[in-house]
Every structure is written in C-alpha cells, then in structure tokens.
Design a protein around this ligand. Structure first.
Ligand code: MRU
Length: 345
C-alpha cells in the first residue's frame, strides 16, 4: 500500500480521513488540492507531508499556465509558500520544499523543460530516499527489540505516514516478521484517532495482532508489565534530542521511564531540525477546537467550554532511550546529534 504516488504529472493519494471505512484514492494535478489535503490530514505523517509538498510544488510548475523559466520560478515561490503554510510542526515539509527550491535554482539557467524535469526528479528522489530510509530504520529498530516482546505505539507512523513501510510501525512490522514482536498495543490517539483508524487498519492488513487502548489506559498497561518497548515516530527532533510527536507521546515517555520500559523514537534524518537547539524552539501546531469538542461529527461537550488542543507535544531527551535513524542509532547523551552510532544490522 502506498499513501502517495506520482504518476506522470498527477498525484494520487489515499484520503486518510475516510479510513478505515472507505479506501478512496484522490487524483490531482493541482497543488492547491495537495495543500488542502495536508491541512485537513487527508495526507499526514511527517515524511508523507514532505513528499506530498515536494510533489505539490512540482505540479505547480507543470501547469499549462507556466510558459517560461521566470514564470515557473514565480509559480514555485507561490506554491511553496502555500504548501509551507499547511502545517507548522513536521520539519520534513520545510526540508522537502527547500530541496525543491534549490533544485529549481540550480536549473534556472536552462530551458523550462529542463527546469521541470529537474524539479520532478528531485521530488521523486525525496520519495525514493524515504522508502530506503524506512527499510533501514525498520531493520535497525527491530534489532533493538528483545525476543518475544509486546510493543506499544502511539498515533500512526506506518506506511500511511511515509513514502515507504513506516518508521515506528516499520520497526514493529519488521520485528513481527523476524518473530520478535508477538503483540502490538496501539493507543487510539485522541482527538483524531490515528491509532484506532490508521495504525489498527495497517496492522490488520498485515495480519499482525493488535490491541487497541484508550490513551488513558497506557498507565495501567505499562504498570502491568505486559509491554517490553514503546516505539513512536517524530515530527521534529531538536539538536539536543528533544522530540516533538503526536500529543500524548510525552506522557507515554514519562510512564515508560516510571516502569523501566525502553522508549524508542524512530525517524529519518530529515526529521531532525538542526536549527532548533531544544524542543522549546519547535513550533507546536494548535488544531481546531472542534476536533476536541466533537467525536465522529457529534458534539460531546456543552457550549461555552474552552479547549486546549495542541497537535503535538515535546518529549525531553532524558526520557528517550534511543533515536533510530536510517544511518544509525543515537543514544544519550544526545548533545548536538552528530553522527549516529551504527546500530541494528
Ligand atoms: O497529525 P499527524 O497525524 O500528522 O501526526 C503524525 C505523527 O505524530 C507521527 O507520529 C509522525 O508524523 C511520524 S510519521 C512517520
């Protein structure tokens, strides 16, 4: 299953807001549709957001309205601005758009066709590199897991959230293939239920046993000793190893530490923001209050209540056992996140 596909100037993506009830693929050649899909979480998950934005920017310069190089560069600036404004936390979005801008600038001296080809090639590379990163992360992460383990994950960091097999969920799937993981626990992940709707869907499709829990059940689950590792993805990792991920990740890390369960973060290097010294410099997206006030489109709270609705939280580095990347594993102290130490295979 591929969440996003580039097909000769058309982007096809699975509308994740409809899962698990309906598997609908949307096709578009309009970058504004891609931008809306990212804002509305039809396309979501940090690496997938980056890939979609790259394809979106490429679509903008393939438009028949663009007739010369100057027009293409202007169109690219406009589309990149609109795509960049969709979601603020996943740094993969900004890294991907920077790569597209640099590719375009490098080809600005040639023909319009050459510029278009260069930008499309860069977007395809971003996607291909993510597929390879996911594979490497899965193998390195699986190597860290103990035999016969049960794991707990939060949100969705699977194939739906990436270009490849996923990050945290990729580790779990690979661990299952190797016979190390025997059971997966998935937090439902309020308010948008990515765990219930997406992670459980992916795991069932892969034939992997999964038990769903409400986010507030994680404490008693970890206290029971039934889980040997917690594995999550990331939206942005600061230079000191602080990790921004789906809201609810930080309390899980606290619980994991309290119960001496290792807490692993799996993410490609494109999720590291080397300009952020610590988690306090990571912008945290605030979501629409209705996402908390409603469940399945039905109001669940009285009128007049206020809402606290961050989409992400920051887990301080001291609660992280290891960060698994495609090039190796970072372990504490995470200071400056230099070269990861070879780990896994
Ligand atoms: O709001 P979302 O669904 O885009 O949040 C996704 C997450 O928090 C994921 O854990 C993260 O992006 C990593 S995906 C490999």
């Amino acid at each position: 299953m591929q969440a996003i596909v580039w097909n000769n100037g058309v982007v096809s993506f699975l509308d994740q807001t409809l899962l698990p009830h309906e598997e609908r693929t949307c096709d578009t050649a309009d970058y504004r549709v891609v931008a809306e899909a990212i804002s509305s979480l039809r396309i979501r998950g940090a690496p997938a957001i980056g890939i979609a934005a790259a394809y979106g920017a490429a679509l903008s310069i393939l438009s028949p309205h663009v007739s010369d190089v100057a027009g293409a560069l202007k169109e690219l600036e406009e589309s990149a601005g609109i795509l960049a404004a969709t979601r603020p936390t996943a740094v993969n979005l900004f890294h991907a758009l920077d790569r597209i801008r640099r590719a375009a600038a490098g080809a600005a001296g040639g023909s319009l066709n050459a510029l278009r080809e260069r930008v499309v090639a860069e977007a395809l590379s971003i996607h291909q590199e993510d597929i390879a990163s996911c594979l490497s992360i899965a193998r390195r992460g699986a190597a860290l897991l103990p035999a016969e383990c049960a794991v707990l994950t939060h949100c969705n960091a699977g194939a739906l959230a990436t270009g490849g097999m996923g990050t945290a969920l990729g580790v779990i799937v690979e661990g299952y293939r190797q016979g190390k993981v025997r059971k997966v626990f998935a937090d439902e992940t309020r308010p948008l239920l990515q765990g219930a709707r997406l992670t459980a869907w992916e795991l069932r499709r892969a034939g992997i046993p999964v038990a769903l829990l409400t986010d507030s059940s994680a404490g008693s689950l970890l206290a029971s000793g039934a889980v040997q590792a917690v594995i999550v993805g990331a939206d942005r990792i600061a230079r000191n190893g602080d990790v921004a991920n789906k809201v609810g990740t930080y309390p899980l890390a606290v619980l994991a530490r309290r119960h001496s369960v290792p807490f692993y973060v799996a993410a490609p290097l494109s999720t590291i923001d080397r300009t952020a010294r610590s988690g306090s410099e990571i912008p945290i997206e605030e979501r629409n209050p209705l996402e908390v006030l409603e469940l399945a489109g039905k109001r669940i709270a009285p009128e007049g209540v206020d809402v606290y609705a961050p989409a992400f939280d920051v887990t301080p580095n001291e609660l992280v056992t290891a960060i698994v990347t495609e090039e190796g594993v970072y372990r504490p102290p995470f200071s400056e996140l230099g070269t990861p130490v070879a780990g896994g295979e």
